[in-house]
Write a protein that binds this ligand. Sequence first.
Ligand SMILES: [Fe+2]
Ligand SMILES: [Fe+2]
Length: 277
Amino acid sequence: MTELRIVQLADLHLGAGQEQHLDNWNKVCAWTAREKPDLAVINGDLVMSDPDADADHAVAREQIGRLGVTRRVLAGNHDVGDNVRFGKMPQRINGERIARFLRCYGEDRWSFAGAGWGFVGVNAQLFGSGGLAEEAEQWSFIERCFAEHAGKPIALFIHKPLFLNHPSEPDPEDLTLRQSCLDSASRTRLLGLCRTHGVRLISCGHKHQTRTFSFEGIYHFWGPSTACVNGAPSILHWGTREVGFIDYRFRPDGFDHRIVGSDFLFRHENYIHKLGE
Ligand SMILES: [Fe+2]
Ligand SMILES: [Fe+2]
């Protein structure tokens, strides 16, 4: 295969009895049925809010089954709980929540090759776990997969961004900023592996903002949410406040991308609902 078309769908935020994001999801399903990408990467935050809401996971699983294309799934903070050391939500990742995610979706990390590239997806919520066995297993998995893709450019998919402004930044005191990206120790270790093994592209979700930049030979993508934007317009944003998804085309000599859907999905404003709580 000389080209692999991968669509990244992130931050679906679907829930039982909560219809507010289904309008967009129906349009995403219609788009994939029409465009038939080779693969959909579901990059975390499948459920509306509560990682322990079994009914929401049942809805999310049913809805991603409607896509009609091959898919790979990753976890977000709303699916398995927030990071132990630098999260914000009251629910933090643990063995029980990981087990629920694996029961529902079958995987939380993966690796495959195609179109001259290596593709690796990881569970962002495991970083900074404070000693979970699953985190140690994932570090070994990353090192093994990166080595297996030796000689090929690698694209890494992960729910949270690695950093906000610069890899050297300290962990912010502000909890909202702190839970926005990886902690500095995990980031330093992961970026070291990325540099050693030829990672060319890192694609994430979580911030519900669209942002692209390159730094030290790596293309960083913050993909938009298919569901909604977060945060009032007045707060600091790093990227574009829009909804949509990323349509990648990987080839042995490079890749193309475009942001799709910001013109036909409805830009729900999530912060308005929270103001009333
Ligand atoms: Fe999200
Ligand atoms: Fe998230």
